[in-house]
Design a protein around this ligand. Structure first.
Ligand SMILES: *[C@@H]1O[C@H](CO)[C@@H](O)[C@H](O)[C@H]1NC(C)=O
Ligand SMILES: *[C@@H]1O[C@H](CO)[C@@H](O)[C@H](O)[C@H]1NC(C)=O
Ligand SMILES: *[C@@H]1O[C@H](CO)[C@@H](O)[C@H](O)[C@H]1NC(C)=O
Ligand SMILES: *[C@@H]1O[C@H](CO)[C@@H](O)[C@H](O)[C@H]1NC(C)=O
Length: 461
């Protein structure tokens, strides 16, 4: 817009050159501007109004409505499901009363979500109305300015542009063969996750069936020399707390339960900065987990045993406020879920300010530990059983039956696109999976399932 307007500016001056050249004398030119002066201030004010308009409407505002809408829709479906379960089970007993209370709570949350949606929509409506008015006055202003275009520079340019576009369209139609869709950028060279196969390994740990909650795996960014090591954390106190991590030199030693190496975080359990909940990961020689009794991510450096933490936003649920689960079980103290993928460490959590829906944040490895970007999703945290990250995409699972878990949901942090229609089945060995994480180094999934340790392989397209 700027360059065509400076053309108008030049064209608005019709210069009349009256050469008065007399031999031996200086040449004199008389300059006459036949036009009104060009109203530069008017152009400036239109430009700044346009700038304002751009700033007040951002695509994220529209995304917010989409996310809320999807959230309400999902929650209503879940509510319907819960009600039908209640109807089947209503024997007048205690179970019915408890379920009814859960449904009441769900209903209250749905109503709250609706009123938030209502507010957002009406504020957007006002925004679009005021923007439309501004746009109208800008259009008028531009039309007035065009009157200065005496030599029709702008309109000719516009016509040229139209011809060029028609030409381009014509050429495009000639190339009738559709272009192949461009492949994903380097971010995910192995392609999209399409399946999970296995179990590859299945066994008990050294603890036998003593501890139902825990996590295990391999460090995706191991310290040199420790590439073959496996880590194991069992929640040894009340199925909720742990104060040490155990390492084994190989898969066979962890499955046989021999030669463990323990690294204590603290001498008592639980205490400040020890582990709460099973959703632990190891990355870059450090353990990441929910700090005891705080809505914070703790990082325990396994080599020098130092601890740093990063606090999650105010209102973040902890101490069993927004755990994972399904109708028959709650996975207690799973408020925070740590995850690793190709790009590093992530944390999944929820907050009262966001109605118990899943929130995702990057965990920035530096010193001190901090949080990076954050995304709100429309997924309700208490109705899913686990989450994990692959290539910047968040996945969530739900309980289908004792034998099967299903990856049904994904959220792409690059595009903001959510899907509820994935149907990737996980074959279970035990009823519940208390923790599940993806290791981008060996492209395996590590699950802790009712005190058994299980691994699966990722399949990419
Ligand atoms: C939405 O807001 C409008 C006006 O602000 C109000 O009349 C209406 O009852 C609200 N609807 C809900 C479902 O809250
Ligand atoms: C996914 O893997 C399972 C187990 O190997 C297999 O039975 C199933 O057919 C696979 N599904 C797809 C869509 O490839
Ligand atoms: C852990 O401590 C060691 C020794 O102080 C240090 O070299 C390493 O960078 C630390 N790792 C993390 C993840 O902070
Ligand atoms: C997520 O939702 C909360 C609560 O509505 C809001 O304060 C926050 O700004 C949102 N964050 C993003 C990244 O959209």
């Amino acid at each position: 817009m700027k360059s065509s307007l400076s053309a108008v500016w030049t064209a608005a001056f019709i210069l009349i050159l009256l050469p008065e050249c007399v031999r031996g004398k200086d040449c004199v030119c008389e300059l006459n501007n036949l036009q009104r002066p060009f109203p530069m201030e008017k152009l400036d004010s239109i430009l700044s109004a346009a700038d304002q308009c751009m700033k007040s409407i951002t695509s994220t505002q529209f995304m917010e409505v989409d996310v809320l809408m999807l959230g309400v829709q999902r929650r209503l479906e879940q509510l319907e499901e819960s009600v039908s379960v209640l109807e089947k089970e209503d024997d007048g007993g205690l179970y019915g009363a408890v379920s009814l209370r859960i449904i009441e709570l769900e209903l209250a949350e749905v109503l709250e979500l609706m009123s938030k949606l209502n507010k957002t929509i009406s504020s957007h409506k006002q925004l679009s109305q005021s923007t439309a008015t501004k746009l109208q006055s800008m259009t008028q202003g531009m039309q007035e300015l065009e009157a200065f275009d005496v030599s029709q520079v702008v309109s000719k340019q516009r016509e040229n542009q139209r011809f060029k576009m028609e030409l381009a369209e014509c050429q495009h139609e000639l190339q009738a063969t559709p272009q192949p869709s461009t492949p994903r950028p380097q971010r995910c060279p192995q392609g999209e996750l399409v399946n999970i196969t296995g179990p590859r390994t299945y066994g008990q740990t050294q603890y036998g069936t003593s501890y139902s909650f825990g996590a295990w795996g391999k460090d995706p960014k191991p310290i040199p020399g420790e590439e073959g090591r496996y880590w194991l954390v069992a929640l040894t106190s009340s199925d909720v707390y742990a104060n040490y991590v155990r390492h084994y030199s190989s898969l066979s030693t962890i499955l046989l339960g021999v030669d463990p190496v323990d690294t204590p975080i603290a001498s008592s359990n639980p205490t400040k900065n020890t582990i709460m909940g099973p959703n632990v990961v190891q990355y870059g020689g450090a353990l990441y987990y929910n700090c005891y009794d705080f809505p914070s991510v703790c990082r325990f450096n396994i080599s020098d045993r130092s601890i740093t933490n990063a606090q999650l936003p105010r209102n973040t649920g902890y101490n069993n406020k927004f755990p994972f689960g399904h109708l028959d079980a709650t996975y207690s103290y799973t408020d925070l879920d740590l995850a690793t993928d190709e790009s590093g460490v992530w944390v999944v959590y929820s907050s009262t300010a966001y109605f118990g829906n899943v929130i995702l944040s990057e965990v920035i490895e530096g010193n001190p530990l901090s949080l990076g970007r954050t995304w709100n999703t429309s997924l309700h945290k208490r109705t899913i059983t686990n989450t994990f990250m692959v290539c910047g995409v968040l996945y969530a699972t739900r309980f289908l039956d004792k034998e099967t878990e299903e990856i049904f949901y994904s959220f792409d942090t690059e595009t903001g696109k959510e899907r509820y229609d994935l149907k990737i089945r996980i074959q279970k060995m035990q009823t519940n999976i208390q923790s599940l994480n993806y290791n981008p180094r060996d492209r395996m999934f590590y699950a802790y399932s009712n005190s058994y340790i299980v691994s699966y392989a990722a399949v990419f397209k």
